[in-house]
Design a protein around this ligand. Sequence first.
Ligand code: ISL
Ligand code: CA
Length: 539
Amino acid sequence: MEKWWQKSVFYQIYPRSFQDSNHDGIGDLKGVIQRLPYLQSLGINAIWLSPVFASPNIDNGYDISDYCAIMPEFGDMAIMTELIEESKKRNIRIIIDLVVNHTSNQHPWFQKALAGETSYKEYYLFRDGHDSEPPNNLQSFFGGSAWEYLPEQNQYYFHLFAKEQPDLNWHNPALRAEIWKIMRFWRDKGIGGFRLDVIDLIGKEPDDGIIGNGPMLHPYLQEMYSEVLEGTDLVTIGETGSVTTETAPLFTNPERKELSMVFQFQHMALDEIKGKTKWDLQDLQIKDLKSVLSKWQTELPTTAWNSLFWSNHDQPRILSRWGNPAYPTQSAQMLAILLHMMRGTPFIYQGEELGMTNQVITNVEQLDDIESINYYHNQIAHGSISRKALLSINAKGRDNARTPMQWSADKYAGFSTCEPWYPINSNFKTINAKSQISNPDSLFHTYRQLIRLRKENEIVQKGKYELLNTKENIFAYTRQLEKDIWLVCGNFSDQPQQFTLPTASEKTILSNYHKTYEGKHTLLLEPYESFIIEIASNY
Ligand code: ISL
Ligand code: CA
C-alpha cells in the first residue's frame, strides 16, 4: 500500500537562514510561519526542519542541550505548536531533526555525568586511557582524536563530532528509553515524522573500532519502531552515510519495521578522491553521476525506498557543482528535471528552487562552520598554505549552503531588516524568490511543475527506470508503467548535441526551452536543454 511520503516532495529548512521575523538577523519559527504560503504555492507537502531545540550552537543546533525545548532565538513551544498547526492547514507536515547519536556537552545528562553520577556516565562512552594515551586512535569527523581527556576523572569520553558533542551509549537500555520518551513527546505534538541524524552510527563499538553499521544498529531501529512508530503514519528518514544499495533494504523494507527511507551520499562524494577526506578534490565526471544515480534506481528491490536530493545544509550548492554559471537557469532546470523524474522521495533544500549558489570566501575570518574552521587550522598547522585550504573550503564547505534565503532584491534580501547572522550572497539582486515568482520561465516554476507532475502521475512514483545508452554528456532515461513510457533527457553540456530518440515522441510534457517534440525523432539539443516526453511503447 502506498504511503503519503511516497507521493510527496519534501523541503528542507535551515531555520537560522530562512526568515527573520523579529529583526535580530537570525531566522526563526515565526519567519517560517510567514513563509508557509510560499511553500504551499511551491507545492511541497512536508518540511524537514533542521534542529530548533535548545542548543549552545557549537554545531548550529546539531548539539542539543534539551530535546523538548525550543532554542529561544527561534521562538518557544507555543510558536512551534502554531507552526505544526498552521502547516497542517496547508497540508504540510513538519518533520523534526532528531540528533541522538550525541548530545551537547551542556545537556543535563552530560553535566551529571561530569559531576560523577554513575548512572549518567553510562549514558555516554567513558573509557580509561593507556599510559596517558587515549583508548585508541579513532578520529573525529571534525578533526583530531575522537577521545577527549577529563583530568578530574582521569578518563576519556568519546565524540565523533566536536568535543562539545559527546556520543551517547545506545547499548544502555535506560538511555534508549529516554530517546523513545522524547520521540513520543514530539509524536504526540502532531509532527509528521523524524529525520534521524547520522543514525547509522548508533550501533558503534568504539573499543573495536566499529563506527558505522554496528551489529546492534538494526535491532535498535526495530525497537524504535515498536516503541514509537508502530500504528502511526509518521515518516522516518535515516541519514546513513555508510548505506549502499545492498544495505538500504535492511533499513527500508517495510516488513523489517525500521525506517521509511534513507539518505545515501554516493552521488555527493563524486568530487572526492576515493579513500581520502571530503576536502581532497577531484574533477566531477558526468559518467560517474549517471552510473551512481542509475545504480540507486535499478538495484533497490521494489520493497526498498530511497530519497532523492541535490543539496542540504552540509553540501555546497548544486548549481555551483554540476551547473554552469553561464547558463544558470537552463542548467539548474536540467538538474531539477533529471532528479525529480526518478523513483524516490525528492528533497529540495531552501533556495535550491531559486538557483542559489556558493559564496566564494577569501579569508578564514569569513567562515562560521566548525568543520571548515577546524579543517583550516589543521591544514595550516600541518604546513599547508591558506590559499590551498580555502580552495577546498570554497568547493566543499558547509557555509555555502547556509547563507540566508534570498527572498527579494531589497536590503538584506528580504531575509531580515538588519544585518544577518551570516552574510547574504552578493548575487541576491539577480537571484531571488520575488523575481522568479513573477516569471513563468523561472527555475521556481520548473520546480512547481515537477512537484505537480509527481503528484498527478503514478508513472513518476512507480515507473520502472532504465538508463539509455547515449553519449557521455547526455543523461537520458525512461520510466515505464504498464503501456506508458516517459523519456527524460538532459544535455549536460554548453554545446549543441545531436540526440536520437529510440522512437518518435508522442507528447511533450515539459521542456526548458519551450520546445515541442511531437513526431520528432532526431533532435539537436541546445546547451543544457532538458525535457520530459511521452514516447510510444512499441519501440
Ligand atoms: O558533509 C558531510 C559529508 O560530505 C558530513 O558532514 C556528514 O554529512 C555529516 O558529518 C553528518 O551530518 C550530520 O551530523 C552532524 C552535523 O554537523 C550535520 O550538520 C548533520 O547533517 C553532527 O550532528
Ligand atoms: Ca529572528
